[in-house]
Write a protein that binds this ligand. Structure first.
Ligand code: PDD
Length: 286
């Protein structure tokens, strides 16, 4: 049984209980982060902590914990659960006011709820999916306008994964006005020649922590990066495509709808970026 963290205490997972009035449960009024663990250490903890604060600020939510203490909780959960490779899930909601009301409760009387738990994923870095590459389908992006805030409002992304699954694919890329926004739980990229193309940051997409690191490593490796919108049609004619996220790192995409990219196997750029990303982020892990 896992040890989890709830509102200041460590406890066995079956003892962790949250109120039925919690606004995370009633209104998806909460934010989250997923941080990966490799070799028992945290990948890009700082980036996730900074984005968490940004999400909280955007929703006028107070942080129940300092960055230093948050790092300590992450480390203690990794230790207590013996995680070598896996993820830590963190969620903060606006708490449980004791009734249902659209108006935000007073944070003085309703403290936020904070939950962290581990997900053990042995073999995460050496994933066979990375050798094979993934298939994505395209679906319309009908999410709300603040996708830069990492909220727990994940119904549509979840439906998107189900649409992909039913179509025999691995994931879905979301399309708005013909342009790819991002994957259901990852950022989307195409490669044309030596150029890596990905949508620029705005309220339309989540500002991926893995994205920031990968683009930095790409530039350091003298690869060309272009941050601009690309259409789903351009993607289908690209030399390569890939996604990034804290749980998949860099993952090649070899098919988009019915269009097979290149030889239908991972190309040159995505596997190289995955290698560099893993090497560099393990070096910098805390
Ligand atoms: N998802 N875009 C969306 C919509 C996401 O949900 C995520 C992350 C990303 C990539 O961000 P990062 O590189 O910081 O993980 C982009 C996490 C992993 C999840 O929901 O499980």
């Amino acid at each position: 049984m896992r040890t989890v963290y709830l509102n200041g205490d460590y406890m066995p997972e079956n003892e962790a209980q949250v109120s039925i009035f919690d606004r995370g449960f009633l209104m998806a009024d909460g934010v989250y982060e997923v941080t990966s663990v490799l070799g028992g250490k945290l990948i890009d903890f700082d980036g996730h902590a900074v984005r968490l604060q940004r999400s909280l600020d955007a929703l006028e939510m107070q942080s129940p914990i300092s960055k230093e203490d948050l790092l300590e909780v992450h480390r203690e959960l990794v230790r207590a659960n013996g995680i070598d490779e896996g993820m830590i899930y963190l969620q903060i909601t606006r708490g449980a006011p004791g009734d249902r009301d659209f108006v935000f409760p007073d944070p003085e009387t309703t403290p936020p709820t904070i939950v962290l738990f581990t997900q053990n994923k042995p073999g995460l870095a050496n994933s066979p999916a990375a050798q094979k590459g993934m298939k994505v389908i395209s679906i319309e992006d009908i999410r709300w306008g603040r996708r830069d805030i990492k909220t727990v409002q994940l119904l549509y992304p979840s439906m998107g994964k189900m649409m992909a699954k039913k179509a025999g694919a691995d994931d879905a890329w979301m399309i708005e006005d013909g342009y790819v926004t991002e994957g259901t739980s990852n950022n989307a990229y195409i490669v044309r020649g030596n150029k890596i193309i990905t949508r620029a940051l705005s309220n339309d997409i989540l500002h991926g922590i893995t994205r920031a690191a990968v683009l930095r490593f790409a530039q350091e490796a003298q690869m060309e990066v272009e941050e601009r919108n690309f259409t789903i049609d351009e993607a289908k004619e690209a030399d390569e495509a890939f996604i990034t996220s804290a749980s998949t790192f860099v993952m090649p995409v070899v098919q988009i709808d019915d269009a097979v990219l290149g030889a239908g196997v991972p190309g040159r750029v995505a596997p190289r970026l995955r290698e560099i990303y893993l090497e560099e982020s393990i070096k910098a892990a805390v």
